[in-house]
Design a protein around this ligand. Structure first.
Ligand code: ATP
Ligand code: MG
Length: 554
């Protein structure tokens, strides 16, 4: 995207101005995930935004793991996040950064604040501290430890670091203003005691910095110019600025906030997504029903579709709920333009062509895509026995039903017109096959007798086809806002979010499908080869049309 293409969003305007006025020579942004879960679609928006701004203005974007909380973080998440960012098509500037690599500097800066009379070690318990903090309407009260001599705080901090005190017994706090209207400025905590090993620093530290004390300083160390975060941090901005002002930081970053992405029929909270995984409501973080980047990838979404979606929803200064149909539109549009076509029969019913020689096989061809000459054409073997979908045959039907009916004609896509004669049934009366005839010379032609077929159905040659399982995915939640207003989101899990259909038949080219490769199964939807199984399994990415919109209209 170039800057001239479309109106600038508010962040682009700010950056453009800063560059024009020489406030910065180069823009530097960062994407700062905490490695405590997989990335979800909200993160994808933050990624597109931060990396996108760097691309647009020829700057740099860092990938920084905000790993200041050892309790919930894991290396496995670090690896998953890296591959998700790469898959989305973005390249971070230089090495991967870790907040934990700055622990020494942050510690020195904490000592600096103490020496300058701007921080102190406080011995209030969590309950006491809460009571002293006051409320939105009442000012807080100063901690009795607030005027502790700097030497004493320095000594206590050192001993906290070395593990001499119990968790919760002491904390380092900034000395700002217990009467501030902004509660974040009421002597916020900078360091807590946590006797936990960290995935990067091992057991070296017994204290860990808070988000507030770490984030802006990390930005300053890396020379980030525009530190972009979601709106809930707006109230923290004065604190962000306070640290930058009171510390000997090498650069002076600024924080800007944008509205987080919320999607209907979706939860985007790592804690809740983790619960879905831990309680096995889904099959892992990359279950194709999960709104994680890994889930979308396995479902068959393309990086381009996710980037397009993030572009479509834009960047605003207020939170809103986006219709998930927009995301579905983005992938449907992408696959419609790019996915090769194939025929697949989900519920096979055998058709025997009684006037077609049992020994004969014809090789018919079909385009790879109706308007993409660059995609290779398909070879379709045609023989006496075929499969069509159970849904595409009825013994009798009214005029609206334009598929195969006894005594009527239908066109087999890319092949002959056939006419049905008889339904063959088992003892229980179930239809197990259909006897039909081809109408001669109708491949690519209308029948000589002028009796045309009303509809077109897909088919697969019985003697030479692929057999596979299909996972039909639907939305994970039946409610538009599964977790709003304190609702238990588990209660609206869609019991039909996954339907497994075994023994599907597809054209034989599908035997060669690569893992993750997407197709349009004609008349059925968009599917991709599942990366999670060695057997031939296809996941439905999305239907051909929005079936939910139709339901809403009813
Ligand atoms: P969650 O609430 O799911 O735990 P988080 O904000 O705690 O998300 P982080 O790993 O801290 O997760 O997020 C990394 C970056 O992604 C942050 O800059 C955050 O603002 C951004 N981000 C997270 N969720 C969203 C969202 N729904 N929309 C836009 N940006 C988001
Ligand atoms: Mg966070």
């Amino acid at each position: 995207m170039s800057v001239e293409d479309k109106p600038l969003n508010f962040l682009e305007q700010i950056i453009k101005k800063d560059l024009e006025e020489g406030v910065h020579q180069q823009v530097v942004t960062r994407f700062p995930p905490e490695p405590n879960g997989y990335l979800h679609i909200g993160h994808a928006k933050a990624i597109c935004l931060n990396f996108g701004l760097a691309e647009t203005f020829e700057g740099a974007c860092n990938l920084r793991f905000d790993d200041t909380n050892p309790a919930k973080e894991e290396m496995a998440y670090v690896e998953a996040i890296k591959s998700d960012v790469e898959w989305l098509g973005f390249k971070w500037s230089g090495e991967i950064r870790y907040a934990s690599r700055y622990f020494d500097t942050l510690y020195q800066w904490a000592q600096h604040l103490i020496r300058e009379g701007n921080a102190y070690v406080c011995d209030l318990t969590a309950d006491q501290a809460r009571e002293y903090r006051g409320t939105l309407t009442d000012a807080g009260r100063n901690s009795p430890y607030r005027d502790r001599p700097a030497e004493e705080s320095l000594d206590l901090l050192e001993r906290m670091k070395n593990g001499e005190f119990d968790e919760g017994s002491k904390a380092l706090r900034a000395k700002i203003d217990m009467a501030s209207g902004n509660i974040n400025l009421r002597d916020p905590i900078l360091y807590r005691i946590r006797k936990q090993a960290h995935h990067q620093t091992g057991t070296e530290w017994c204290i860990y910095p808070t988000y507030d004390f770490a984030h802006g300083q990390e930005d300053a160390i890396e020379g980030v110019t525009h530190s972009i975060c979601t709106l809930e941090f707006a109230d923290h901005r004065p604190l962000y600025d306070w640290f930058i002002q009171h510390l000997p930081v090498p650069t002076k970053p600024k924080q800007y906030e944008f509205g987080r992405l919320n999607l209907n029929y979706t939860v985007t909270s790592k804690r809740k997504l983790k619960q879905l995984v831990d309680e096995k409501h889904v099959d892992g973080w990359d279950d194709p029903r999960m709104p994680t980047v890994a889930g979308f990838r396995r479902r068959g979404y393309t990086p381009a579709s996710i980037r397009k979606f993030c572009d479509m929803i834009g960047v605003t200064k207020s939170d809103g709920v986006v219709d998930v149909a927009m995301l579905e539109h983005a992938i449907r549009d992408d696959l419609d333009k790019n996915a090769p076509r194939a025929m697949c029969v989900l519920h096979p019913l055998k058709v025997v062509l009684t006037n077609y020689d049992a020994q004969k096989v014809e090789l018919l061809t079909a385009p790879g895509h109706p308007n993409r000459d660059d995609l290779p054409t398909r070879e379709l073997p045609f023989g006496r026995e075929l499969y069509i979908d159970v849904e595409d045959f009825r013994e009798e039907a009214n005029k609206k039903y334009k598929r195969l009916v006894i005594g009527k004609r239908v066109r087999l896509r890319n092949a002959y017109i056939i006419e049905a004669d008889e339904a063959i049934k088992n003892d229980a009366g179930d239809i197990i096959a259909v006897h039909a005839r081809i109408i001669e010379n109708t491949v690519g032609n209308d029948p000589a007798d002028g009796i045309k077929a009303k509809g077109v159905i897909q088919w697969v040659a019985a003697h030479d086809c692929a057999e596979f399982t299909v996972n039909l995915y639907d939305r994970l939640f039946t409610e538009a806002s599964p977790d709003s207003g304190g609702k238990d989101f588990l209660e609206s899990i869609n019991p039909e979010s996954l339907t497994i259909v075994a023994n599907c038949k597809g054209e034989k080219g599908l035997l060669q499908a690569c893992l993750g490769e997407g197709y349009q199964f004609e008349r059925e939807g968009y599917f991709c080869r599942d990366t999670g199984s060695t057997a031939l399994v296809f996941n439905r990415t999305i239907g051909l049309r929005d079936s939910w919109a139709k339901m809403d209209q009813k």
